[in-house]
Design a protein around this ligand. Structure first.
Ligand code: TXA
Ligand code: MG
Length: 341
C-alpha cells in the first residue's frame, strides 16, 4: 500500500479521521514518541497494528483519548479509582498512562487478553485533533518495527513502516522523546511499570507512596512473569551492540578500547575527552535533553554503521530513570562495571 505523508493542516486531519473510521492505520505525533493509531473499539483494525509492527500478540496497547470524560463516555474502564482521578486532573493531558480494570468497550486485541486496560490523554495538540477527527479513542503503540528504537520524527516512522500503513502525520520532533510513564492503578498502592516523562516524585506528591516495579531497573529472572508484557522483550535496540559502562573512569575505558567500529554514547562533558566518534545526549545534569535525544541518536549510530557502542551508564534520578530503563534494554542488560574490574 502507498503510505501518505500528511501535514497538520485541517484538511489533512479530516482525511486522517476518515481513514481511522474505516479501520485504517495512521502514524501520529504525540509529545512522547510517534504512535501507530487505529480505532480502539474495532478489534479488526487493532489487529492490523500488530501485523504492521510485527508485534507479539500478547503485548497490550495503550488507548488514547482527547478528554478526561472519554474514559466514562466510551466505557473504557469498569472502575476509575479515586487516586487515578487525582492523577488525571494533575497530569492529563501529558505523558502519563494509567492502567485500570477494563471496560466493556475494549476488544481483546487491545488488552491482549488481560482484564485491564492502559489509558493515556496525550498533550500534543495534533494528537488531540486526530482523536477528535476520528470520533473514537485510538489504540496506539509506538510507531516503530517491534524491537527497534521508538520513532521521534515522521521520518523515523516512514523508515520503519512505509508501505505497511495508510498515512503518517508530520508533527515535527517529539518534545519528550521517550514513551509515557506507565503506572498500574489496580493495586491499593499503585506501581510504576515503565518510567517516563512524569517522575515517581511528581506522582507521589499527589497520591502519596507508590511502588516501582522490579523490572524497571533490573532484568527479569528466567521464568518470572512481567507485570507489563512489553518489559520482557528486547527493545529499543539499534543493530549495533550496545554495552553500558558504569563508573567515573568511563572516558579512559573507552579510549583504551577504541577501534574504528566503536562509538561512544555519552554526556556533553565526556565528548571532548574521547578519541572515538562521540554521540553526546546532553549535559550530565540535563536529563530532559538526554531523553529527547536518545532514540534519534541510536538510529543515527546505525545509519553510520558502527558495530559497538559504549554507552555511559546514566544517573537514575528524575527523568534519568527513564533514560536508564531504555538504555539498559537497548544493551540487552550487558553492563561493564568499572568499579568491579
Ligand atoms: O508514550 C507512549 O506511551 C507511546 C505513545 C504513542 O503514546 N506509546 C507506547 O506504546 O509507548 P507501547 O505499546 O510501545 O508501550 C506500551 C507499554 C507496553 O510495555 C505494554 O506492555 C504496556 O504499556 N501495557 C499496555 N497495556 C497494559 C496493561 N493492561 N497491563 C500492563 N501493561 C500494559
Ligand atoms: Mg513501543
Amino acid at each position: 500500500m502507498k503510505t501518505l505523508l500528511l501535514s497538520e493542516n485541517e484538511n489533512d486531519i479530516k482525511q486522517v479521521g476518515e481513514i481511522l473510521r474505516r479501520g485504517g492505520l495512521v502514524g501520529m505525533p504525540t509529545e512522547t514518541v510517534y504512535g501507530l493509531a487505529a480505532n480502539a473499539l474495532d478489534g479488526e483494525a487493532v489487529a492490523g497494528i500488530f501485523k504492521a509492527k510485527g508485534r507479539p500478540m500478547d503485548n497490550p496497547l495503550i488507548v488514547h483519548i482527547a478528554d478526561i470524560g472519554d474514559v466514562e463516555k466510551f466505557e473504557l474502564v469498569s472502575d476509575f479509582p479515586e487516586k487515578a482521578k487525582l492523577l488525571a486532573e494533575k497530569f492529563w493531558s501529558g505523558p502519563l498512562t494509567m492502567i485500570m480494570p477494563k471496560g466493556r468497550a475494549i476488544p481483546d486485541e487491545v488488552s491482549a487478553g488481560l482484564d485491564t486496560v492502559a489509558i493515556r490523554f496525550p498533550e500534543h495538540k495534533t494528537a488531540q485533533a486526530i482523536i477528535r477527527a476520528a470520533g473514537v479513542p485510538l489504540a496506539a503503540p509506538s510507531a516503530n518495527i517491534s524491537g527497534s528504537p521508538s520513532p521521534t520524527t515522521a521520518a523515523h516512522v516512514m523508515n520503519d513502516l512505509n508501505g505497511r500503513i495508510d498515512a503518517v502525520v508530520d508533527g515535527g520532533e517529539c518534545r519528550v522523546g521517550l514513551e509515557s510513564t506507565v503506572i498500574t492503578m489496580v493495586p491499593a498502592t499503585p506501581r510504576i511499570l515503565r518510567p517516563g516523562g512524569i517522575t515517581a516524585e511528581q506522582i507521589e506528591s499527589v497520591i502519596g507512596k507508590i511502588d516501582i516495579d522490579d523490572a524497571v531497573l533490573n532484568q527479569l529472572k528466567s521464568g518470572e512473569k512481567a507485570a507489563s508484557p512489553g518489559m520482557k522483550y528486547k527493545h529499543y535496540s539499534p543493530r549495533a551492540r550496545v554495552i553500558l559502562v558504569k563508573g567515573e573512569s568511563y572516558t579512559d575505558f573507552v579510549n583504551k578500547n577504541r577501534d574504528k567500529n566503536v562509538a561512544a554514547l555519552c554526556y556533553n562533558e565526556d565528548a571532548e575527552k574521547l578519541r572515538v566518534r562521540a554521540f553526546a545526549l546532553g549535559d550530565r545534569a540535563d536529563t530532559d535533553s538526554q531523553a529527547h535525544a536518545l532514540f534519534d541518536t541510536l538510529r543515527q549510530i546505525d545509519s553510520e554503521n558502527f558495530e559497538l557502542v559504549y554507552a555511559r551508564c546514566p544517573d537514575t534520578d528524575g527523568v534519568g530513570m527513564a533514560v536508564y530503563n531504555r538504555l539498559i534494554r537497548a544493551a540487552g542488560f550487558e553492563v561493564i562495571d568499572l568499579e568491579k574490574i
